[in-house]
Design a protein around this ligand. Structure first.
Ligand SMILES: [Ca+2]
Ligand SMILES: [Ca+2]
Ligand SMILES: [Ca+2]
Length: 502
């Protein structure tokens, strides 16, 4: 399929990317006018009784793009070098695509903190494995020629195709030439190369076994450092796509693999000495009860002897730091506690997990200067985890000179009453705007009345939280600022100012 991205400079507001090229998701400032243009065109045509299929189609396609991004559906084969623009043409393109300042920073007006510091960024969202092969020596990840071991098979979409960080670095002129100011990498840590049960490989990065190392198929930590340093030297940022909810499927159950979910009501957690308790009563707390793999869980976690020390850091090899309740059906309690198709769901209520994940990601900030995180599967992790992780990581980043450090979560849900909880109660900076995606798509491709869009825009107050109060005291009337809880998904009320990073 082609990828589509919102692009104010394109005739219809969208830009299509040919197969094999990663999508460019433009930052908010350039996207703001796009929905309005489409809405106006559609509305005027409806009055005239003309079906505006193209507007609905393009907007719906843009909405679909985020689902592709979020679930890391494979893109087609890698483009050849010849398919990419030359440095000269890229630079020429850059000259016409460099974004202007956010409107809130016009001379004479107060800076609009909703739009700083990230809103001026043009993101290039890229899966290194599908971008460009800069080093064929790493294609098999050092695991030999058998695709079911190495995970490398460029003829199959579900396997590594050969792209790597060197390929990104080689073509950074091209990426910058598109007007990119921030590169957003899909998960890039070392994965379990192949999960035979799925007949697929970890090219997408969501099956992590080592959170301290770049996947050998993609390169080395030194190559990542080189990429980030080069990006920084050009004034570009680099964002990581990170996971705290689960690791690769390494733990099995004595009772059987990928088994059905067992609720806490049916089988409560038990302390190492066998007493039932509710983990939520101790979430994030130092007095969290001691657990035992043999007595604490509804299923008994077991490890293949060859994989007992597979995960890094070493604390991840402790099977009591996982929920061990069987597969999720993505509903209710099991949405938090269940395994995604066998992926080992971390016991994110446990203080050891909170501290361990915080340390992992702070290390990437300290040693590599990463500029921010897109956080995967946020809605499948308990509130208390985010309430500690978010402020701690943000404070750490700022202490290490990353004044514009920014995290945004994937809360795959279309209800503002739910998504907003993560930026209010849970103290995270931002979430991706799936409610907007849903509202726009319903209007654009499902023939829903525009009234639903109006209702959507009118409901932004769900995102208002305590740190709005102080900022408003320092802002001119009508300007709503959130210096800490920057919510780039939430725009001022005026419809023409709405944009969304779908
Ligand atoms: Ca390669
Ligand atoms: Ca979970
Ligand atoms: Ca598992």
């Amino acid at each position: 399929m082609n990828w589509l991205a919102l692009d104010a400079s394109a005739p219809n507001g969208f830009r299509a990317f040919p197969p094999g090229q990663a999508a460019l998701f433009r930052g908010r400032s350039n996207m703001l006018t796009v929905p309005r243009l489409n809405f106006l065109r559609l509305n005027s045509s409806r009055r005239a009784g003309v079906r505006t299929k193209s507007a609905r189609t393009t907007l719906a396609a843009a909405g679909a793009a985020v689902l592709v991004a979020a679930s890391a559906v494979p893109a087609p084969a890698l483009p050849t070098t010849a398919a990419l623009p030359t440095k000269a043409s890229a630079q020429a393109a850059a000259a016409t695509k460099t974004p202007g300042p956010p409107s809130g920073t016009k001379p004479g007006t107060s800076a609009h903190s909703l739009r700083t510091p990230v809103t001026g960024e043009n993101f290039y969202f890229v899966m290194a494995d599908r971008f460009s092969n800069g080093n064929t020596a790493n294609d098999q990840g050092g695991l030999g020629s058998d695709p079911m071991v190495s995970g490398f098979d460029p003829t199959r979409k579900g396997f590594y195709n050969g792209g790597d960080l060197n390929g990104l670095l080689d073509k950074i002129d091209y990426i910058q030439g598109l007007g990119t100011t921030a590169i957003w990498l899909t998960p890039s840590f070392k994965n379990k190369a192949v999960q035979p049960e799925d007949n697929s490989a970890g090219y997408h990065g969501y099956w992590v076994t080592d959170f301290t190392q770049i996947d050998p198929h993609l390169g080395t930590n030194a190559e990542l450092k080189a990429l980030i340093d080069e990006a920084h030297s050009r004034g570009m940022k680099v964002y990581f796509d990170i996971i705290t909810n689960h690791t690769a499927d390494v733990i099995g159950y004595k009772e059987g693999a990928r088994t059905g979910y067992v609720s806490k009501d049916r089988e409560p957690y038990r302390t190492a000495s066998g007493n039932a308790f509710d983990d939520r009563d101790f979430a994030g707390q130092a007095d969290f009860p001691k657990l035992d793999a043999g007595t604490s869980f509804p299923y008994t976690p077991v490890l293949d002897p060859a994989e007992q020390h597979l995960k890094v850091p070493a604390w991840l090899n402790d099977p009591t730091l996982y929920h061990n309740r069987g597969d999720t059906t993505f509903a209710g309690e099991n949405s938090f506690y269940g395994d995604f198709f066998g992926l080992d769901d971390l016991f994110t209520e446990h203080p050891t997990v909170v501290a361990g994940m915080t340390d992992i990601y702070e290390t990437w900030i300290r040693d590599f200067g990463v500029d921010g995180f897109r956080i995967d599967t946020m809605k499948h992790v308990n509130d208390e985890f985010w309430q500690q992780f978010g402020p701690d990581v943000l404070a750490y980043a700022r202490e290490h000179g990353k004044d514009e450090f920014f995290m945004f979560g994937e809360v795959f849900d279309t209800s503002k009453s739910f998504t907003s909880q993560f930026t209010t109660r849970n103290r995270m900076q931002a979430v991706l705007d799936f409610p907007f995606q849903d509202a726009a798509r319903n209007f654009a491709s499902k023939s829903q009345n525009a009234k639903a869009l109006e209702t959507f825009f009118a409901a932004d107050d769900w995102y208002t939280d305590a740190d709005d109060i102080g900022s408003k005291l320092h802002s001119p009337p009508g300007v709503c600022c959130e210096p800490f809880s920057l919510k780039w998904m939430r725009e001022p009320p005026a419809a023409e100012a709405r944009g969304s990073f779908v």
